[in-house]
Design a protein around this ligand. Structure first.
Ligand code: GUN
Length: 293
């Protein structure tokens, strides 16, 4: 069994990106500039955005953080999005989700100029991805593809079972892994909360990708011997032995599942760090105007 070390791989990829940025700087080129909009004080969102900004620093990118109180109106947030769309210094930007309940997330996503949508959430980027055209790929599926590729994991002809049909993980992951490409050429089963006998579906998976947000949902009896298991879950469970009173666990019962796997991602340190490298790679593409000219 091999542990897919996302932390180490993300570090390696960030070093490669930093070397490219150093070269861009030496040639007097356009230094990538990412902006992030953070609304409210959700601790997980704060931590994610901090990590994104720090990663920009590590790679020599410029970054701008716009923090707003959760009392901000939808109209004010849309104005910020519009300003970022029009600001020529900003190559790409993200609005961290979730947003407060009084703000319509899809309205905000649609307001982002697709040419600066480095999260890949805009329907134009999603649609282009679905048709196999170049686009900004959403961070988590893109991170998983990078991981499969860097570890030379065979995907062609494999049966991939995905748990969860979200717009940002499960659904795009299914589209990407069924493409005629590497990584890809999988036969994909997309399971969700209404799937009948989900255990039997998961048991058929040569590659299992868990993204449902339920701690330890995937148990050893659901996993085929030799499967590749990718855990996107990031769930807090109570743990009085920890100073903060909780610990983070994935959607997979790691201790019991790992011995049956050929490859498995840990939580934390698996998929999580790879999502940031995706965002950096998309921002680099945006600064080079690779996709939309
Ligand atoms: N919230 C959880 N994941 C993400 C992400 O990839 N991008 C944004 N903008 N918000 C998120």
């Amino acid at each position: 069994m091999t542990i897919l070390d996302g932390k180490n791989l993300a570090h390696e990829i960030k070093q490669e990106i930093a070397a490219e940025v150093a070269q861009i700087k030496a040639m007097g080129g356009n230094v990538p500039h990412l902006a992030a909009v953070l609304v409210g004080d959700n601790p997980a969102s704060q931590a994610y955005v901090r990590n994104k900004v720090n990663s920009c620093d590590e790679c020599g990118f410029e970054s701008t953080l716009i923090k707003k109180d959760d009392s901000i109106s939808e109209e004010e947030l849309l104005e910020i999005v519009n300003d970022l769309n029009e600001n020529p210094d900003i190559d790409g930007f993200i609005v961290q989700l979730p947003l407060p309940k009084h703000i319509d997330e899809s309205k905000v996503t649609l307001a982002i100029d697709h040419r600066k949508d480095v999260d890949g959430f805009h329907p134009i980027n999603f649609g282009r991805m679905a048709q196999g055209l170049s686009s900004y790929l959403p961070a988590t599926p893109f991170g998983i593809l990078q991981m499969l590729e860097r570890y030379n994991i065979e995907t062609q002809g494999k049966h991939c079972v995905i748990l969860g049909r979200s717009n940002i993980v499960g659904t795009p992951m299914g589209i990407l892994l069924s493409r005629k490409a590497y990584p890809g050429n999988c036969t994909v089963t997309l399971t969700h909360s209404r799937t009948a006998d989900i255990s039997n579906q998961v048991r058929r998976g040569d590659i299992v990708i868990a993204a449902i947000g339920v701690a330890h949902f995937v148990t050893a009896d659901m996993i085929k011997e030799g499967a590749v298991v990718i855990d996107v879950g990031m769930n807090r469970i109570e743990d009085p032995t920890r100073k903060r009173g909780y610990r983070l666990v994935g959607d997979v019962d790691y201790d019991n599942v790992a011995p049956k796997c050929s490859f498995i991602t840990p939580v934390p340190g698996g998929v999580g760090p790879m999502t940031v490298t995706s965002l950096l790679l998309n921002t680099l593409k945006a600064s080079r105007k690779e996709i939309y000219g």
